[in-house]
Design a binder for this molecule. Structure first.
Ligand SMILES: Cc1cc2nc3c(=O)[nH]c(=O)nc-3n(C[C@H](O)[C@H](O)[C@H](O)COP(=O)(O)OP(=O)(O)OC[C@H]3O[C@@H](n4cnc5c(N)ncnc54)[C@H](O)[C@@H]3O)c2cc1C
Length: 404
């Protein structure tokens, strides 16, 4: 049986970042994911300022740029037939451009940084259950690495960073503290030959669309509507549905998209209303979509995950240092919820698709203002220097959970 300070289930933006920061602080960490290293996942990739700020603070933005991720220096809003609104990304908080790395780029950079910092990374290793001690406290996981049968990994804390279908949340019966009603269904694809003009967002006739410049000279183009509407449109197939919503929402760029070179198939997301779960308990915590999910129409899930990985890391380090779980982890959830509430609420309204042009412009202004609190908060946190695993070992006291 192996023992760690923290076992993290799920190795993408939320889990790999948490493992990275814990390992840099000297904690003994295992990071497990059921998929292979560098795999892709559903996403339209757009990072907002707080997400780019986190990558900068952790010393990883250079790698994202070196992977050929283009800088985004402008956002253009198209609302029905109104004049376009162009917003230049002004330098602030050390961020002078936004980025939208493909997930096989970003998630790999985070996982590799976690491994370099000393985290033990187990890919192709599904977690199948949780361990508990006699008092019912979560004390680790049961996992199934390739060709090794079942293994038990004990830990003082177990983190569920395992996304919307979180096994950890299910096993601990994490209660819902907020439940949304609205949802976007999304179709997206990659296109070459679209002259990138920064992020472009379009809203009209109860539909939305966007252009997001990403790696390999391609742009990710998405269309979105209510799940019912998209389901009806898809009866004719994904291609006509994509084109119909593009034409409805994106008068400002539909023709440019139609003239571009598609690369690969159209991918789809059926929609899921947002939720907030209680994200801590005896021996466990949730981060990323496992604990808090909001509709992708405001393209903020990864930025949230990068933020919350750091909030959770600080709480976990406090727990490892002897602060009671209830004090440290309650503080984590309170800060997460305070920084998320306004964006969660306005995202619900955008994802309802029942707005006209005036209303959606008001909502978009609220989205933008809701993002500023988190940037201020992150700037107030200490910079996370790169620390080698060996030198960091002295930072966290030697309080590895004993096997039970
Ligand atoms: C269509 C769509 C578009 C989006 N576009 C954007 C965008 O433009 N910008 C943005 O910021 N956000 C976007 N999001 C949201 C963003 O993708 C998520 O918020 C983000 O991926 C959450 O990261 P995570 O690490 O919490 O979870 P995930 O990325 O879901 O990762 C969870 C990991 O856990 C692993 N796992 C699950 N169960 C187990 C298990 N039992 N054992 C081991 N491993 C397990 C999975 O294999 C997975 O790798 C979008 C979402 C969707 C659906």
């Amino acid at each position: 049986m192996k023992t760690y300070d923290v076992v993290v289930v799920g190795g993408r933006v939320a889990g790999a970042s948490t493992a990275l920061l814990l390992a840099r602080a000297g904690a003994r960490v295992a990071l497990l994911d059921r998929l292979r290293h560098g795999s892709d996942t559903l996403s339209t990739h757009a990072l907002m300022r707080a997400g780019v700020l986190q990558l900068t603070r952790w010393g990883l933005l250079d790698q994202v740029i070196a992977a050929g991720t283009p800088p985004v220096r402008r956002t253009t809003f198209h609302v029905e037939d109104r004049p376009q609104v162009r917003v230049t990304i002004r330098p602030n908080a050390g961020v002078d451009a936004l980025y939208a790395p493909r997930r096989h780029v970003l998630d790999r950079i985070l996982v590799d940084a976690a491994a370099e910092a000393g985290a033990e990374v187990w890919h192709q290793t599904p977690v199948t259950g949780l361990l508990r001690d006699d008092a019912g406290r979560v004390s680790g996981v049961v996992a199934a690495p390739p060709r090794r049968g079942r293994v038990r990994l004990c830990a003082r804390m177990t983190v569920g960073a395992d996304g919307i279908g979180s096994l950890v949340a299910r096993e601990v019966a994490a209660p819902l503290v907020a439940q949304g009603d609205s949802a976007s269904a999304v179709l997206y694809r990659y296109l070459g030959g679209l002259e990138p003009a920064g992020y472009e967002w379009a809203y009209a006739a109860g539909a939305a669309a966007g252009v997001i410049p990403t790696n390999a000279g391609e742009s990710c183009v998405f269309v979105a509507a209510t799940p019912d509407r998209l389901r009806r449109l898809r009866r004719e197939g994904a291609e006509p549905a994509f084109d119909a919503l593009l034409g409805l929402a994106a008068g400002g760029f539909a023709e440019r998209v139609r003239a571009a070179r598609p690369s690969g198939r159209i991918r789809g997301w059926a929609g899921l209303p947002g939720y907030v779960r209680r994200s801590w308990g005896a021996g466990w915590a949730l981060v990323g979509d496992a604990g808090y999910f909001k509709d992708p129409i405001t393209t903020h899930g990864m930025t949230d995950a990068l933020r919350d990985a750091e909030l959770l890391t600080d709480a976990l380090l406090a727990v490892l240092g002897g602060t009671p779980d209830a004090v440290a982890l309650r503080g984590y959830q309170e800060t997460r919820d305070r920084l998320s509430r306004r964006l969660f609420e306005v995202t619900e309204q955008v994802a309802a698709y029942d707005w006209g042009p005036d209303r959606v412009q008001t909502l978009l202004r609220r989205v933008s203002s809701a993002m500023s609190d988190e940037v201020d908060h992150l700037q107030s946190l200490p910079v996370r220097a790169r620390v080698s695993a060996a030198s960091a070992r002295s930072v966290v006291p030697d309080i590895v959970a004993s096997p039970r």
